[in-house]
Design a binder for this molecule. Structure first.
Ligand code: MG
Ligand code: MG
Length: 272
């Protein structure tokens, strides 16, 4: 059952999402060769608690940490460890926070120094597909419209679209209806309703879409061990249109990147 939110609840969700956005912005400046995921995980936990919020993943389904840290061939749900990053790695950081009883949940894949051109292209196209999908999150459309758009955008580059893991509704719990697959057929799936809030999150592989899980019960990685990228935003359906609750703006501020990718979906009132 889809749970639409009131305008007041959407503002609270924006608050939670922006705490995650700021956390990712703080981490952006720290991602470099020699740094470990465990170190970043500690920084993130402190940062979230300093903002009067609670880490959203820590203890959720017994997950042991604040961040899901998934380098290179890991798709999602990687557990932070003490392996230092190396130049040329990519690291997908997925972060959750709870404030006022509502979850924020978003993710970005960071390059560590210079990365191979084909991997840079994977990151670029995966992030593009996120916005291509968000544009379809509008009145009259269904989950299949978003999935179709993401899938088409990525498969035309020859990439693999992960099937087993999907986006989701988001609110007072981490995973609400509906499921938001990154593949699908136009006009199929659950119909969108005003006030609903979702996490849209393409998980895209350079090679095969097939995945497997490590024996730790968490880590998902590509079956061919080629790299995988993951970008995630939280979005509300407001006046029939997609409105971003999260922003990559803090990441771009930290990294000195100019971008207008969010402009069509950004709330007018958002000031970074
Ligand atoms: Mg996430
Ligand atoms: Mg999510």
């Amino acid at each position: 059952m889809i749970i639409p939110k009131t305008a007041e609840e959407i503002e609270l969700m924006r608050e939670s999402a922006l705490i995650v956005s700021k956390t990712l912005g703080m981490l952006a400046a720290e991602v470099k060769p020699g740094v470990t995921s465990l170190h970043l995980d500690k920084l993130a936990e402190e940062f979230i608690r300093d903002h009067d919020a609670i880490p959203g993943f820590l203890g959720l389904y017994d997950f042991p940490n604040t961040l899901c840290m998934s380098p290179n061939a890991q798709v999602v749900h990687g557990i932070p460890n003490d392996t230092p990053y190396e130049e040329g790695d990519i690291i997908s950081i997925d972060c959750g926070a709870i404030k006022n009883g509502f979850y924020g949940d978003h993710a970005y894949t960071f390059p560590v120094g210079e990365i191979a051109p084909e991997v840079e292209q994977l990151l670029k196209v995966t992030k593009e597909s996120l916005y291509v999908g968000i544009a379809q999150f509008k009145k009259g459309n269904r989950t299949g419209d978003v999935g179709y758009a993401i899938q088409q955008h990525c498969e035309q580059h020859g990439y693999g679209v992960v099937r087993e893991l999907v986006g989701h509704g988001l609110g007072r719990t981490m995973h609400e209806d509906p499921e938001m697959p990154n593949y699908g057929r136009r006009g199929r799936g659950k119909k969108f309703v005003e006030g609903m809030t979702v996490a849209i999150e393409p998980m895209i592989n350079l090679g095969t879409h097939r995945i497997e899980q490590l024996k730790d019960g968490w880590t998902i990685l590509t079956r061919d061990r080629k790299p995988s990228a993951h970008f995630e935003h939280n979005v509300a359906l407001v006046d029939g249109k997609p409105e971003l609750l999260s922003t990559f703006g803090y990441i771009y501020q930290a990294l000195g990147i100019e971008s207008d990718e969010e402009t069509p979906f950004r709330a007018a009132a958002l000031v970074l």
